[in-house]
Design a protein around this ligand. Structure first.
Ligand code: BGC
Length: 453
C-alpha cells in the first residue's frame, strides 16, 4: 500500500536562516563586530572576497521577507540573533537599538501568523570576546548565560522555541581544528577545549532559561549518520570514531553527562579530563532537540585522515550537491529513528535540511526551475514522514534556507535558497522549490502523494 503523506495537524512547517548569512549591516546601529566580520575581511578566507556587509539586506528588508514567508504559507521561521548587536562588547553594555531590531522582527512574524524559533548562537561570536580567548576561555559559559538571559527577558513573552547553539561540531571542527571557518584556528589541542566550553555554555543557558523562561529550550546539532564502507573490523572501528567525533561528541554529554569513549583514541594526549561538575552543568534536561540533516558519509579506515583516521568514500551513482554532499534521504529517517532509540522519546525538529545546486538565471516572467532542489526536498520530506510513521516524535521542519545567502567560506557561490536573491538588486524570486514547498504546506503533506513534479 502506498503511504498517505499526511502530517500531524500541529506540524510546524517553516524555513531557517542565520544572522550573519542574511542580515547585512553587521555593525549598524551600534552593533559590535563579530569574528565573521573580521574573518570575511581577511583576504583569502572567503571565495571571491565575499562578505556579509550587505548579504540579503534582511536587516532593512525583514518586513517584506516576512510578507513573502506568509505568501508561501510558512507557519514558522527559525532565525538567529547576532550576539554583538545586543551586547556590542559581548557582555555588559546593552545596545537598545540591537534589541529593538529583534523585537520588531518577532512582532512582525507574529502579526503575520508565523511562529518564531530563535537561535542564540549561529557562529557570530562578538570579536571583543574572541579577543579575550573566545570559546577557549572558560568564562564564556557565564558570558553566554548573561547574553541568553537578556534575550529571554526581552523576548520570551513572544518566542516559545529557543535554541542555544547551532551545530557546535561545526564551530569546533571548522573554527578550531581545520581553520576553515572563523576564528580560523588549526589546533588539535584547542578543539576539545572549544567543544567543552561550547557545551558548558549550552548548559548554562538552559539553566538560565529554567529561571527566566516559560516555554521550550533545546540544542541544535548537525547529524551526519556514518555507515561503514565494508564489514572489516578496521572500517567498523573507523566508522565508530567518525560517529563519535561528529555526532555523539555533542549528544552524549548533553544527554548522558559524558563524552564518547572513542574521544581519547581520536585526540590522543590532546584530550583533557574534565571535572564532574562541568559534566553536570552540561547535562541539563532540554525540551527538544533540533536536528540539521544534509547528508551521510560512508567511511573506511585511513591513517592519513587527521585526526579521526576515517575517510569518506564517494558513492558511485549518487547525486552530489554543489557542496559535494551525497543526496541520501534515507539518512534522515535513519537519523531520526536512531535519536529516538539512543536518547529517548524527546520532541524533535528538523531545524535545517536543504541543498545547494546550480540555478539557471531567472526566466522572463519570474520563473526559476530548480528540479534537483525540488527532488531533494520531496525525498527528504517523505523520509521524514516515514520516521513519524515509525513513532518518532517529530514536531516540525525548517527548510534551509529561505533565501540564497552567504554560505560562509564559500561566499555567495553556493545557493541554498528556496527564494532566489539577485545580489545586485536584492530582488527576491521564489524558485519552483518554494512553490512546491508552499503546496506541501497548504496540503499538510498530501502534495507528496502526487507523482514527482
Ligand atoms: C549551517 C548553515 C549552513 C548550512 C549549509 C549548516 O551547517 O547551520 O549555516 O549554511 O549548513 O552548509
Amino acid at each position: 500500500m502506498t503511504p498517505d503523506f499526511q502530517f500531524p495537524d500541529s506540524f510546524l512547517w517553516g524555513s531557517a536562516t542565520s544572522a550573519y548569512q542574511i542580515e547585512g549591516s553587521p555593525t549598524a546601529d551600534g552593533a559590535g563586530p563579530s569574528i565573521w566580520q573580521r574573518f570575511a575581511h581577511t583576504p583569502g578566507m572567503i571565495t571571491h572576497g565575499d562578505t556579509g556587509d550587505i548579504a540579503c539586506d534582511h536587516y532593512r528588508r525583514f518586513e517584506s521577507d516576512i510578507a513573502l514567508m506568509q505568501q508561501l504559507g510558512m507557519k514558522a521561521y527559525r532565525f538567529s540573533i547576532a550576539w554583538g548587536r545586543v551586547l556590542p562588547d559581548g557582555t555588559g553594555r546593552v545596545n537598545a537599538k540591537g534589541l529593538d531590531f529583534y523585537e520588531r522582527l518577532v512582532d512582525c512574524l507574529l502579526s503575520h501568523g508565523i511562529q518564531p524559533m530563535a537561535t542564540l548562537y549561529h557562529w557570530d561570536l562578538p570579536e571583543a570576546l574572541d579577543n579575550r580567548g573566545g570559546w577557549l576561555n572558560p568564562d564564556i559559559a557565564h558570558w553566554f548565560a548573561e547574553y541568553a538571559s537578556l534575550m529571554f527577558r526581552t523576548l520570551d513573552d513572544r518566542v516559545k522555541l529557543w535554541c542555544t547553539l547551532n551545530e557546535p561540531w561545526v564551530v569546533t571542527d571548522g573554527g578550531y581544528l581545520h581553520g576553515t571557518l572563523a576564528p580560523g584556528h588549526r589546533n588539535l589541542y584547542e578543539a576539545p577545549i572549544a567543544t567543552h566550553h561550547l557545551m558548558r555554555a549550552h548548559g548554562a543557558a538552559v539553566q538560565a532559561y529554567r529561571a527566566l523562561g516559560q516555554h521550550q529550550v533545546g540544542l541544535v546539532v548537525n547529524i551526519e549518520p556514518k555507515y561503514p564502507a565494508s564489514g572489516s573490523e578496521q572500517d567498523l572501528a573507523a566508522t565508530r570514531r567518525a560517529d563519535a567525533y561528529m555526532n555523539r561528541q555533542y549528544l552524549d554529554p548533553a544527554f548522558f553527562g559524558r563524552y564518547p569513549e572513542e574521544m581519547p583514541e581520536i585526540f590522543g594526549q590532546a584530550w583533557p579530563q574534565w571535572p564532574q561538575a562541568d559534566m553536570d552543568l552540561i547535562q541539563q534536561p532540554i525540551d527538544f532537540l533540533g536536528v540539521n540533516y544534509y547528508t551521510r558519509s560512508v567511511n573506511r579506515h585511513d591513517e592519513s585522515a587527521w585526526p579521526v583516521k576515517a575517510a569518506p568514500v564517494r558513492q558511485s551513482h549518487a547525486t552530489i550537491t554543489e557542496t559535494g554532499w551525497e543526496v541520501y534521504p534515507q539518512g534522515l529517517s535513519d537519523t531520526l529513528l536512531w535519536l529516538k532509540s539512543r536518547y529517548g522519546d524527546l520532541p524533535l525538529y528538523v531545524t535545517e535540511n536543504g541543498s545547494a545546486f546550480y540555478d539557471p538565471p531567472v526566466a522572463e516572467g519570474g520563473k526559476l526551475d530548480d528540479p534537483l532542489r525540488v527532488n531533494y526536498l520531496q525525498k527528504h520530506l517523505k523520509a521524514m514522514h516515514h520516521a513519524i510513521a515509525q513513532g518518532v516524535n517529530l514536531r516540525g521542519y525548517f527548510a534551509w534556507s529561505l533565501l540564497d545567502n552567504l554560505e560562509w567560506s564559500h561566499g555567495f557561490s553556493k545557493r541554498f535558497g528556496l527564494v532566489h536573491v539577485n545580489l545586485q538588486t536584492q530582488e527576491r524570486t521564489p524558485k519552483e522549490s518554494a512553490h512546491f514547498y508552499a503546496r506541501v504546506i497548504a496540503s499538510n503533506g498530501r502534495e507528496l502523494n502526487e507523482p514527482a513534479p
